[in-house]
Design a protein around this ligand. Structure first.
Ligand SMILES: Nc1ncnc2c1ncn2[C@@H]1O[C@H](COP(=O)(O)OP(=O)(O)O)[C@@H](O)[C@H]1O
Ligand SMILES: [Mg+2]
Length: 294
């Protein structure tokens, strides 16, 4: 594959109906299954930036694929296969698409983002500063930014089709989907987080927090969407870990740094990213894949 060409959309290469186009991923309907394609698009602050980042989609997809395999014995997931040969007649550019997709079962999505936080940072840190709590969970005073929690916290968000997901207390999650299912998803989420946290630690990476989505198929709880990718998780290189600072994220840091310096107001179409930023970001996504899954 030509490494300098980024995939902005897979639509011209797929003979199946495109039923959902997210900021990064595309969902095609294969009848019994979905075909989920990860493009090279990149987003920040709810904007899709220009241009796309070469090979970012491969790295994201191969990470998800890796983690679904690693966790299959502890939690059933939606993956059916990732075999491009089985898509002959549907995918017209197999070389381009072969590492960028998963064929999955169709689940009835549970509209909760199951967030687990092992460290206090990002949105959790903001909540704590404002209220002394995270998703209604009271925390002791004096916690410092990026500190590790004694026990990981489960901090769900209600998925909202319009606008942003809403942080909710666990009690509210119980009202929304039933106590038994809520307890089950919390236990599953904490177990998955622990598994990946321990794995990453051995590779010199801290999994600070992550998000899962679950669905139901024939009454069974199935892990769906993506798993432990930099788009759904916050990874820190151990050597960068420090309290009270903003720790480099392993993926979009070059983009964030550039956007901060460019004076963009986050409320209008941003200028295209410079080639050097695109190149550095592509490298970052590849590095994180190599460090975790090789
Ligand atoms: N197996 C599945 N069954 C049903 N829905 C799924 C499955 N896997 C992923 N999804 C849904 O597909 C969508 C993928 O969109 P995504 O790329 O995350 O875009 P965005 O988050 O920008 O809307 C999400 O709404 C996710 O919940
Ligand atoms: Mg999503």
């Amino acid at each position: 594959m030509n490494k300098t060409v980024a995939l902005d959309t897979a639509a011209p290469y797929i003979k199946a109906p495109l039923i959902y186009k997210g900021k990064v991923r595309e969902l095609y309907d294969l009848g019994e299954h979905y075909l989920i394609v990860v493009t090279d698009r990149i987003s920040a602050f709810d904007y899709v930036l220009k241009p796309a980042v070469p090979d970012k989609g491969n790295a994201l997809n191969m990470l998800s694929r890796f983690w679904f395999e690693q966790t299959a014995s502890i939690q059933p997931n939606h993956v059916v296969h990732a075999d491009i040969e089985k898509l002959a007649g549907i995918v017209t550019e197999p070389e381009l698409l072969k590492n960028r997709f998963l064929v999955t079962r169709k689940a009835q999505r549970i509209d909760i983002e199951c967030v687990v936080r092992g460290y206090i940072t990002g949105g959790g840190w903001r909540q704590y500063q404002q209220t002394g709590m995270i998703n209604g969970i009271p925390l002791p005073a004096g916690i410092r930014k990026n500190e590790r929690f004694a026990e990981p916290l489960f901090t769900p968000a209600a998925k909202n089709d319009v606008g942003h997901d809403e942080d909710i207390p666990f009690e509210r999650m119980k009202e929304l989907i039933g106590a038994e299912l809520a307890e089950d998803l919390r236990a599953k989420s904490l177990k998955l987080y622990q598994f990946a946290h321990d794995y990453c630690e051995k590779r010199g990476i801290i999994l600070a927090d992550t998000k899962f989505e679950f669905g139901l198929i024939d009454g069974q709880v199935i892990l769906i969407d993506e798993l432990f990718t930099p788009d759904s998780s916050r990874f820190w290189a151990k050597e960068n870990y420090a309290l009270d600072t903003e720790i480099d994220s392993m993926d979009k840091e070059p983009v964030r740094t550039y956007l901060a310096s460019s004076g963009w107001d986050k409320n209008s179409e941003p200028d295209p990213l410079p080639a050097s930023v695109v190149e550095a970001t592509s490298q970052r996504y590849n590095d994180i894949f190599q460090r975790l899954a090789k």
